[in-house]
Design a protein around this ligand. Structure first.
Ligand code: PLP
Length: 371
């Protein structure tokens, strides 16, 4: 099934000058490339009809199950252009595996790992001109799966579709790497034991938007969610994992307790830090520990991480009762910035890929210009 043949339909490409105008200032998630990938699944035939199509609206029956019961999962990864012009992705097999973990939880079909990577490769190869050459820019890839059986009964769907779309991306937060303030959500949870917190599904994001609005009203960029039962044990942000740094250089991050998403950036930073000789503790972490640690000087840095924003230093945790935790002008911390520098360096092919994390999907063209 991994060697399913893809049919390719050439799209009417956006004129070069329009593409160049978009790439000069891509923003995040607003512009899309010329093509998309679609693969269909039915209970009887399995995965079939692998297609590279012109990017455009989907025809969805109003009774499609995804529109009613939310059977949807997604992934996020990036394609980077190296100085020699070649294009790579970062640990795509990790995304393929996680998509299948999410699929099992949402009762959607699993996709063979090789087919996931092929789909990404097909799209990036045909839309290679959309992979930015500017520093700090990349092509954000959004694979996702929806249940599209036409049926209103409540059971897992017998028909699904896997799609990949791509969007050129500048920095996620504009204005350079600046420490952000985050808001402690005390009324709302994003996950509970036995729920879907460990799956990358749209439903989790739907539940995080009201608290996200509350955060924005308090001048915060992101929300920190705690465990629904203790209201003190930290889970993660709406779409990013969290790390604290101790004064002795130890990294502390919430363990994968079934409520939080197993971030590939999280995993990579753990491996990178351990390789540099830092201790990394994966265990329950509380807001109280964070507050006391900052007061005593034993916790010196905090950051959030995920594919979209890589590493974002946290300057402040704001709370409804005003007992804010504040790093003041000590943020961003030096370990935060040095990990960020090395990870982005590896991704863009500027630092050696010591761990074999990159998969080349488009080779260097002869005589192609350096970035
Ligand atoms: C995608 C995601 C992350 C980050 O995962 P990466 O693989 O590092 O991009 C963290 N938390 C949530 C809820 C997510 O959806």
């Amino acid at each position: 099934m991994t060697d399913l043949a893809f049919t390719r339909t050439e799209a009417t490409r956006l004129p070069t000058e329009d593409r160049e105008r978009i790439l000069a200032d891509p923003g995040f998630g607003t512009h899309f490339t010329d093509h998309m990938v679609s693969i269909t699944w039915t209970e009887d035939a399995g995965w079939h009809d692998a297609e590279v199509l012109p990017y455009g609206p989907l025809q969805i029956d109003p009774a499609s199950s995804v529109l009613h019961y939310g059977q949807e999962i997604f992934e996020g990864l990036k394609a980077y252009r190296r100085p020699d012009g070649s294009i790579v992705t970062f640990r795509p097999e990790g995304n393929a595996q996680r998509l299948n973990d999410s699929a099992r939880r949402l009762a959607l079909p699993e996709l063979p790992q090789g087919l996931f990577v092929r789909a990404v490769q097909e799209l990036v190869a045909i839309d290679a001109d959309w992979v930015p050459t500017a520093a700090d820019q990349s092509l954000y890839l959004r694979p996702f799966m929806i249940a599209d059986e036409v049926f209103l009964g409540v059971r897992s769907a017998r028909r699904a579709r896997f799609l990949v779309i791509a969007s050129p991306a500048g920095p996620y937060f504009t204005g350079g790497v600046k420490p952000v303030a985050i808001w402690l959500s005390e009324h709302w949870a994003r996950a509970g034991h036995g729920g879907t917190g460990a799956a990358k599904c749209g439903g989790n994001y739907a539940a995080s938007l009201l608290p996200q609005n509350e955060a924005a009203e308090h001048g915060c960029a992101q929300v920190l969610f705690t465990d629904a039962e203790t209201d003190d044990t930290i889970d993660e942000l709406g779409g990013m994992n969290l790390f604290l740094v101790r004064s002795d250089g130890t990294l502390v991050t919430p363990e994968l307790n079934g409520n939080i998403l197993a971030g590939i950036t999280r995993k990579s930073l753990i491996e990178l830090a351990q390789d540099r000789g830092h201790a990394v503790e994966e265990r329950p972490v509380t807001v109280s520990e964070w507050r006391e640690g900052v007061a005593q000087g034993t916790i010196t840095e905090a950051f959030a991480c995920g594919t979209a924003a890589v590493i974002t230093p946290i300057g402040q945790l704001r709370t409804a009762d005003g007992r804010d935790i504040d790093f003041g002008d000590r943020a961003p911390g030096s370990l935060t910035m040095s990990l960020r520098e090395e990870l982005t360096g590896i991704q863009f092919g500027i630092r050696p890929d010591r761990f074999g994390w990159l998969t080349e999907i488009v080779p260097a063209l002869e005589g192609s210009p350096a970035r």
